[in-house]
Design a protein around this ligand. Structure first.
Ligand SMILES: Nc1ncnc2c1ncn2[C@@H]1O[C@H](COP(=O)(O)OP(=O)(O)O)[C@@H](O)[C@H]1O
Ligand SMILES: O=C(O)C1=C[C@@H](OP(=O)(O)O)[C@@H](O)[C@H](O)C1
Ligand SMILES: [Mg+2]
Length: 232
């Protein structure tokens, strides 16, 4: 009741989140039996929303959510930033691969990977046991998000000079050049640029995690239809 007496905008956003909730439920029910318990792995650059969108997908699919960064932290008793600082990136990558190997033996998981998981071929061997989805976000939008929350948990962004946005953009651009081909290996791609264009938005900043999760389910459905010949 309280919500219904709010401003027009509040009422509109209430209805739109209600609609998104229904669409998420419908879409996930449509594809659930065709997924047949296979895990979903989200890949993409730092800040692309893998953790945020992954939680939503797990919830609507009735899957469990796992974040490979969190598993590494739990296994080592240290934060990602501490692991980089104390033992270096190579050590972290080993632990990340161990976490992905363990996860690959399980079913009914949505797994958010760390942005660099795609660089090791062995990780693809593990992730290929499920369906991989690349969340493709323009680098400028990533730099905006990351500079807003800070780089404390993202040690690969610690070493640039300049203001927070420029630092993040510079480092993200280099990393993306190194990784673009790896991200392209994913079974499905969610392009925020394409979504914004289709919805008539000037940029990607209005695309909420729920709308992105709906698009992820659509792209997974498309993959299952096209690549596996499933009659959904
Ligand atoms: N669609 C979105 N629009 C705006 N901000 C977002 C969106 N998705 C995630 N974020 C924010 O961006 C930051 C990074 O998101 P996160 O899910 O941790 O990304 P990743 O796991 O890919 O690094 C968080 O502060 C999160 O709240
Ligand atoms: O891109 C990367 O190499 C990394 C991304 C981070 O995860 P998110 O992508 O969840 O930020 C984390 O694994 C680590 O800081 C390294
Ligand atoms: Mg994450």
């Amino acid at each position: 009741m309280l919500l219904l007496v709010g401003s027009t905008l509040d009422t509109e956003s209430l209805w739109s989140s209600f609609d998104n909730g229904l669409m998420l439920k419908d879409k996930s029910q449509e594809i659930a039996s065709f997924l047949d318990g296979r895990c979903i792995y989200l890949v993409g650059m730092m800040g692309s929303g893998k953790t945020t969108v992954g939680r939503i997908l797990a919830d609507v699919l009735g899957y469990c959510f796992r974040d490979s960064d969190k598993l590494v932290e739990q296994a080592c008793g240290k934060s990602v930033a501490e692991l980089f600082q104390l033992y270096g990136e190579g050590y972290f990558r080993e632990k990340e691969s161990e976490a992905l190997r363990t996860l690959s033996l399980m079913h009914r998981l949505v797994v958010s990977t760390g942005g660099g998981a795609v660089v090791r071929p062995i990780n693809w061997k593990y992730m290929r046991r499920g369906i991989t989805v690349y969340i493709d976000v323009p680098l400028e939008a990533l730099a905006k998000r990351i500079s807003a929350v800070g780089t404390a948990s993202r040690p690969l962004l610690h070493h640039e000079s300049g203001d927070a946005y420029t630092k993040a953009l510079t480092r993200l651009s280099t990393l993306f050049e190194e990784r673009a081909d790896d991200y392209a290996n994913a079974n499905a791609r969610v392009s925020l640029e394409n979504m914004a264009a289709k919805m008539g938005h000037r940029d990607v900043s209005n695309l909420t995690p729920s709308i992105i999760a709906i698009e992820a389910l659509e792209q997974i459905e498309y993959y299952l239809k096209q690549k596996e010949g499933t009659n959904l």
